[in-house]
Design a protein around this ligand. Structure first.
Ligand SMILES: NC(=O)c1ccc[n+]([C@@H]2O[C@H](COP(=O)([O-])OP(=O)(O)OC[C@H]3O[C@@H](n4cnc5c(N)ncnc54)[C@H](OP(=O)(O)O)[C@@H]3O)[C@@H](O)[C@H]2O)c1
Length: 304
C-alpha cells in the first residue's frame, strides 16, 4: 500500500519541504493552524485534514515543522492533537528545531500513550535549500525508523545522518547553529572592518570565494544582499553589523525571535553538559540588546 504522509506546520521552511514530499510522489495530507497557508499545497494535489488528530488518523508518518516547543506540545498532546488520532500512524517525524532534552521527554510520553515512535530530524539550509531539495538533515532515533522514513526525508534533503538515539538530531542541530552563528558574527565583524577602512564590501564574497574564509553562510549572505532578502542570515548579519557600527534598527530587532531561539537551545545544552560556550553567550547578549531595543525618548525624563 502507498504510504500516506502528513505534514503539520506550513511556515517558511515547512511549506517548501511539504511541497517536495508531494513532488516526490507521496500521498500528502496537510494541516496548518492558519488554514489559508494550505491553499497552495491543496492546489498542487495535497489533501486537507481538519485537525492534527484527523491527520494522524489518515497517515502512516506524521511530520511536524513548527516554531516552538509549546507548539509541538499542543499539536502532539493537546486537544484534537496527534495522540487523540493515534492508531494508524507509526512514526512522528519532527523537523522543527527544538530542545534535545524536551524531545526525549516528549518521545517517551508519546511511546507510553500510543505505539508511535519519535524521530527528530531537524534540517539546515533554509527555505532556499528546502525548495531545491538540498537540505542537510540530522536524525535522532532508531535506525529502523529512519530507514522507514528515509524516502520522505530524501525528497527535501540531500543528506540524512543518524547521530544516535532520540534527541541526538536536535543536539547535532545545536552544534550546527553554534558554527552558523559564529560564522555570522565573524562575517558581520569583517564587513564592518572592511567598510570602515573604505573597501567596497559588497565584493568581499567574490574576493574570498574558494579561500578558507569562504562558506555557505557567506554565499547565502551574498544571495540575500543581491535579492534584498533580509529575513534569515541576511537579517542576522545586518543586525549585528549595524550594532558594531553603533546603530540599532528597531524594525530589525522585532524579527529576531525565531532565530535567537536556536542560541538559547545551544546555551541550554551547554549548561546541561557543563560545556563552555563563550561565543554563544556573547552573541546571545548582543542579539538581546538589539531585540529589546526601544527607540530613544525625545521627551526629557521628568523623573527625579
Ligand atoms: N526558516 C528557516 O530558515 C529554518 C531553517 C531550519 C530550521 N528551521 C526550523 O523550522 C521550524 C519552522 O520554522 P519556520 O521558519 O517555517 O517558522 P514559521 O514560518 O514561523 O512557521 C511556523 C509554523 O508553526 C506553526 N505554529 C506555531 N505555533 C503553533 C501552534 N500553537 N499550533 C499549531 N501550529 C503552530 C505556524 O502556524 P501558523 O501558520 O498558523 O502561524 C507555522 O505553520 C522552526 O523550528 C525553525 O527553527 C527554520
Amino acid at each position: 500500500m502507498k504510504l500516506a504522509i502528513g505534514f503539520i506546520g506550513l511556515g517558511d521552511i515547512g511549506a517548501p519541504m511539504a511541497t517536495r514530499i508531494l513532488m516526490g510522489g507521496f500521498d500528502l495530507v496537510v494541516w496548518n493552524r492558519t488554514a489559508s497557508k494550505m491553499d497552495p499545497l491543496v492546489a498542487a494535489g495535497a489533501t486537507v485534514a481538519r485537525s492534527a488528530a484527523d491527520l494522524a488518523r489518515r497517515c502512516d508518518i506524521v511530520c511536524l515543522c513548527v516554531d516552538s516547543p509549546q507548539a509541538i506540545e499542543e499539536i502532539v498532546f493537546g486537544l484534537d492533537g496527534v495522540v487523540a488520532g493515534a492508531g494508524r500512524a507509526r512514526l512522528l517525524l519532527d523537523n522543527s528545531t527544538t530542545h534535545p532534552q524536551r524531545t526525549r521527554e516528549m518521545a517517551q510520553r508519546l511511546k507510553e500513550m500510543t505505539s508511535m515512535a519519535w524521530l527528530d530530524v531537524p534540517v539546515s539550509g533554509g527555505p532556499v535549500g528546502a525548495r531545491a531539495g538540498t537540505l542537510a538533515a540530522m536524525a535522532g532515533g532508531d535506525a529502523a525508523d529512519l530507514d522507514f522514513a528515509r524516502p520522505i526525508i530524501m525528497s527535501y534533503a540531500n543528506r540524512v545522518t543518524l547521530m544516535g538515539s532520540v534527541g541526538c538530531g536536535q543536539a547535532t542541530k545545536a552544534c550546527n547553529q553554534v558554527i552558523n552563528f559564529g560564522t555570522i558574527a565573524a562575517l558581520a565583524e569583517a564587513l564592518t572592518l572592511g567598510e570602515r577602512y573604505g573597501l567596497d564590501v559588497s565584493r568581499l564574497p567574490e574576493a574570498l570565494s574558494g579561500g578558507f574564509a569562504d562558506s555557505n553562510i557567506m554565499k547565502e549572505y551574498d544571495r540575500c544582499v543581491t535579492n534584498n532578502d533580509f529575513t534569515g542570515i541576511g537579517l542576522l548579519v545586518r543586525a549585528l553589523g549595524m550594532l558594531y557600527q553603533g546603530d540599532i534598527h528597531p524594525a530589525l530587532g522585532g524579527k529576531l525571535g525565531l532565530l535567537m531561539k536556536d542560541i538559547g537551545i545551544a546555551l541550554e545544552l551547554g549548561h546541561h553538559t557543563s560545556s563552555a560556550m563563550p561565543l554563544m553567550g556573547l552573541l546571545d547578549a548582543q542579539f538581546r540588546v538589539i531585540h529589546n531595543h526601544k527607540p530613544v525618548r525625545t521627551e526629557p525624563d521628568s523623573r527625579p
